[in-house]
Design a binder for this molecule. Structure first.
Ligand SMILES: Cc1cc2nc3c(=O)[nH]c(=O)nc-3n(C[C@H](O)[C@H](O)[C@H](O)COP(=O)(O)OP(=O)(O)OC[C@H]3O[C@@H](n4cnc5c(N)ncnc54)[C@H](O)[C@@H]3O)c2cc1C
Ligand code: SF4
Ligand code: SF4
Ligand code: SF4
Length: 458
């Protein structure tokens, strides 16, 4: 999948330009994070939120349930002390080797797990200076509904194929040398695999939404080591990790020139596809491939075995009850629905007027880099229709319930139980009775569907 790449002139420029130091990226102290633990990797500050209890560790972030499985810590560890361990039930766990760790604390500085500052004064908002901003929608400079101008890219994509079209367009225009994307692992149909795509064909091979955990940010290590200009596409937690990593590492600021964020209600654990397979009468061990969505819109889930047996499950029908049972609990404590820290955020335009089309995406250009990219690619690569903030929010009713009502309700329940919760200053936190009911109903659904799923489809 990956082509050779030497970086050339870009490499020279990258490595010599002064992008500042980690010191100039001093964090805005916000609130104490609740992660603690006792293994390697101790440091006095945690991710976006300073003043964490001393002794906080990556193992503590994970064991306290705050890890978002993004892979940033593994990439930024200079000692190569962190590996992401895969498990069908738990997803991805960052594991620190005590023998290799020198306790520098970098992994914790770049970890979005304990929370992030969402106030208007947050350090990352400098990219959005002068842009309007609203709760849930985040900061924006341009709002649009759109789709890939190429009919096949549109048809094959998760919604309007805009993510693929933007990366391919940026590559063709010479704005990037490669894109950090993710595909399903050819060796393990239940796992994702982050890859660096250097051609339009390699970008196409990764299209479609994977409702599965993905440690895309482990690729940031390759970006540090291999000069060039890159785009990164990921979920909101990946973009958070990317921005923290860029704050820490000057080369990442220079080399990642475009961050495309996917809207995200929640993602799934690998077990979701295993249970879907069993429910459809297939053995997960026999699975050769899992496609969660597409082609067409909204698309279907396709499961195929090595012996050629296949099943098709309609989306979003399969998704709803499986998702309730097999979503990481951390996703239920995550308020970033629309990838506020991205240059361009993209999602499904869930509006009645787009029913029956081959797919339409929401697009939010949040930074000048994002606006410039849309202007450069439209209309040849992207067809865009201007949108209003109200329409954009209306297209995300489900995500709003998940990322505001259920988020506040689950957070409240977790605090009642004395468990660690991530800190998100700037996200409205007043808990209403409706939030509590949403939280309780979501917890009941999670337990119910997981219990049924585990019993009937072990
Ligand atoms: C877990 C998940 C939850 C989502 N939740 C919502 C939601 O609540 N509301 C909404 O409107 N949209 C949601 N989306 C986004 C939506 O499903 C589409 O991905 C988005 O509209 C882009 O469509 P496209 O046709 O432009 O993308 P495509 O052109 O098909 O490209 C998709 C790109 O996304 C990348 N990608 C796919 N899965 C992952 C992953 N798990 N982690 C990192 N990168 C990935 C691929 O590398 C690919 O390059 C979600 C996506 C995912 C993966
Ligand atoms: S060496 Fe530094 S970055 Fe790596 S695990 Fe240890 S504390 Fe974390
Ligand atoms: S950086 Fe990402 S993978 Fe590592 S501990 Fe933090 S949230 Fe988890
Ligand atoms: S809800 Fe989405 S953005 Fe939030 S932690 Fe889960 S996968 Fe990441």
């Amino acid at each position: 999948m990956e082509a050779d790449h030497e970086g050339g002139a870009t490499a020279e420029r990258d490595d010599t330009e002064d992008e500042g130091t980690t010191a100039d990226a001093a964090a805005t102290p916000d609130a104490a994070a609740s992660a603690g633990g006792s293994s390697a990797g101790s440091a006095a500050s945690v991710g976006a939120l300073d003043a964490a209890p001393s002794g906080a560790t990556i193992a503590g972030v994970y064991s306290s349930g705050l890890c978002m499985q993004c892979g940033t810590c593994a990439a930024l560890c200079n000692q190569g002390a962190i590996t992401m361990r895969w498990d069908v039930r738990e997803g991805l766990e960052p594991v620190v080797s005590p023998a290799a760790c020198n306790e520098c604390g970098t992994c914790l500085e770049v970890c979005p797990g304990p929370g992030l500052d969402f106030t208007d004064d947050a350090w990352w908002r400098e990219r959005n200076e002068g842009a309007p901003s609203a709760d849930f929608l985040g900061p924006w400079r341009r709002l649009a509904f759109g789709w890939a101008a190429d009919a096949d890219v549109r048809y094959q994509g998760a919604s309007g194929g805009v993510a693929t079209a933007i990366m391919q367009g940026a590559l063709a225009a010479g704005r990037i040398d490669a894109a950090l994307v993710c595909r399903m692992d050819p060796e393990n149909a239940l796992a994702t695999e982050p890859v660096i795509a250097r051609t339009a064909e390699e970008i196409s091979a990764c299209r479609g939404s994977k409702y599965n955990v993905a440690a895309t940010n482990v690729l940031l290590r390759r970006v540090i080591e291999e000069p060039g200009r890159y785009a990164l596409i990921g979920l909101p937690c990946h973009i958070q990790g990317l921005r923290l990593a860029q704050r820490h590492h000057p080369l990442l600021r220079k080399r990642i020139v475009l961050a495309i964020g996917l809207f995200c209600g929640w993602t799934g654990l690998p077990q979701l596809a295993a249970v879907a397979a069993r429910r459809a009468g297939l053995s997960p061990r026999e699975l050769a491939s899992v496609s969660y969505r597409g082609p067409d819109w909204p698309g279907v889930m396709r499961l195929e075995t090595h012996s050629g047996d296949s099943r098709v499950l309609p989306y979003p029908d399969y998704y709803d009850d499986l998702m309730f049972g097999y979503v990481p609990t951390r996703c239920r404590l995550c308020p970033d629905a629309l990838a506020d820290l991205a240059d361009i955020s993209v999602g499904d335009a869930w509006l009645d007027r787009f029913d029956g089309t081959p797919g339409v995406s929401d697009l939010i250009a949040r930074t000048e880099a994002g606006v410039a990219m849309l202007e450069e690619l439209s209309p040849d690569a992207l067809v865009l229709e201007e949108a209003r903030p109200g329409d954009m929010v209306a297209s995300q009713k489900e995500a709003y319930v998940q990322k505001r009502l259920i988020y506040r309700g689950r957070r409240w329940l977790r605090q009642l139980a004395g468990r660690a919760v991530p800190q998100y200053p700037g996200v409205p936190g007043v808990v209403t009775t409706a939030d509590r009911l949403h939280g309780a109903r979501d917890l009941a659904r999670q337990v119910f569907y997981k219990t049924i799923g585990d019993l009937r489809y072990p």
